[in-house]
Each structure stands twice: as C-alpha cells, then as structure tokens.
Design a protein around this ligand. Structure first.
Ligand code: NI
Ligand code: MN
Length: 225
C-alpha cells in the first residue's frame, strides 16, 4: 500500500490497481499550495463527514476523474448535488467493493455540511484489502469503539487525527493506537489552523516512548506500508 499525504486530513492510498482518496481539502489549504489538484488520481473518493475541511475539493476531483464518492448517506447525496457524477452512499456498517471490504465505523464528532444542511453522522473508515488493512479515524474524540477494530482486523497502519481542539490530540491518539493495536501511525488533522498546531518533535518523542512510530509526512510525499 502506497500512501500519499496531501495535507490536513487528505491522503490517498494506492491498493493494487485502485486508488482511494480520503477527505480532499487541498485548494483552500495554504500549506498544500504545492499540490496540483489536477494531478491527483482517484478511483474512489471517501469522505468521512460533512465539514468543509474534509470535502472542499471532493466534487471537483470526482468530476475530473470520474471517481465514485463513498460517504455517509447525507454527505454523498449532497456531493451528488454538487456535481459528483457517481456516488455510493453508505452508513455505519460494512460493504464489499472491488478494492476490498469497507466499514464505516464510529466517530465522536459532528457533521453539518458547508451550507448548513444536515450531514448525518460522522464516521471513520476501516479498509480490508488483499494489499493490507488500514484505519482512518476521520475527525473523532478517543472512543472505546476503537477497540472493536483490533478484535477482528490486523492493521498495517492507522491514520489518526492528532491536532486536538476539534479531535483527539497526541496523547489521545497514542491511546487510540493502543485500542486499535497498531504501531504505525500516520498523523493527520494537525498544523492547518492555529488551534491545531503541534510540536512535531515532542509528538514523535511521545509516540516513541509509548513503543509506537508516528509518521508526519511532508505534504506531497509518499510512504509504503
Ligand atoms: Ni470535522
Ligand atoms: Mn476537520
């Protein structure tokens, strides 16, 4: 699995011949100004909830690539109205796709859409595929539900929000990594806005002291898992 980080909570994972793009928020993010959204590949665009910092570029990338948007029901319907040509609405639970099995799992957060309409419930994603398994927390607080993931899925990596204020902070994410029984953590949802700025060195040290590896990828770079 090859993960490419596009800033904030946006990343793609190439699984065999499929590329999954998560929570595209690139053009409004000054930290990601070096990323050309015209060059981002996607067969599927997965959106965790309705907040603008997770879907700003979703409809535009879906139109350009023809990717299928997979999102909680209300968010998928809304992105369809914004012009996403193919949508696959889901809700909490599991579903089989050609890239593998996808579960929309619990996230403790909120989910209104940019125009104020109802966004349903927010979620995180577990992907189980032949190339490997991973978890993306979406925006969430630390929650005991994360323990369920470790009960049946061996994760190669987990992308966890670590910026605090709106989501888990570094200490919560360390706890979450233990709940999901995963040593390889990709940090997301940090530094983009003043309230979620973190000290990278301190964060890495804290994870290291807990026997975990925190990967803070430079925007636009990739890592294999
Ligand atoms: Ni959010
Ligand atoms: Mn967010």
């Amino acid at each position: 699995m090859n993960l490419t980080y596009y800033g904030h909570a946006c990343f793609s994972v190439a699984l065999g011949r499929h590329t999954l793009l998560f929570d595209p928020f690139i053009s409004p993010n000054p930290l990601a100004s070096g990323v050309d959204i015209q060059c981002i590949a996607a067969d599927y665009i997965l959106v965790s909830h309705g907040h603008g910092d997770h879907l700003a570029d979703a409809a535009a990338i879906a139109k350009r690539t023809g990717a299928t948007v997979i999102a909680p029901f209300e968010v998928a319907q809304w992105l369809g109205k914004q012009g996403a040509p193919k949508i696959h609405p889901i809700n909490h639970g599991s579903c089989q796709f050609d890239f593998g099995r996808l579960s929309l799992v619990a996230a403790v957060h909120s989910s209104s859409l940019p125009d104020g309409s109802y966004g349903g419930n927010p979620g995180g994603f577990v992907v189980e595929s032949e190339a490997g398994n991973f978890y993306y927390s979406g925006d969430t607080a630390l929650t005991f539900d994360m323990k369920l993931i470790a009960e049946r899925t061996r994760l190669a990596f987990a992308a966890l929000c670590i910026g605090g204020n709106f989501t888990m902070d570094v200490d919560d994410a360390i706890h979450s990594a233990k709940f999901v029984a995963c040593e390889n953590i990709v940090g997301v949802h940090y530094d983009t806005f003043p309230p979620i700025k973190i000290d990278h060195e301190k964060a890495r040290e804290k994870f290291h002291a807990a026997g975990l590896r925190l990967h803070l990828l430079k925007i636009g770079t990739s890592q294999k898992f």
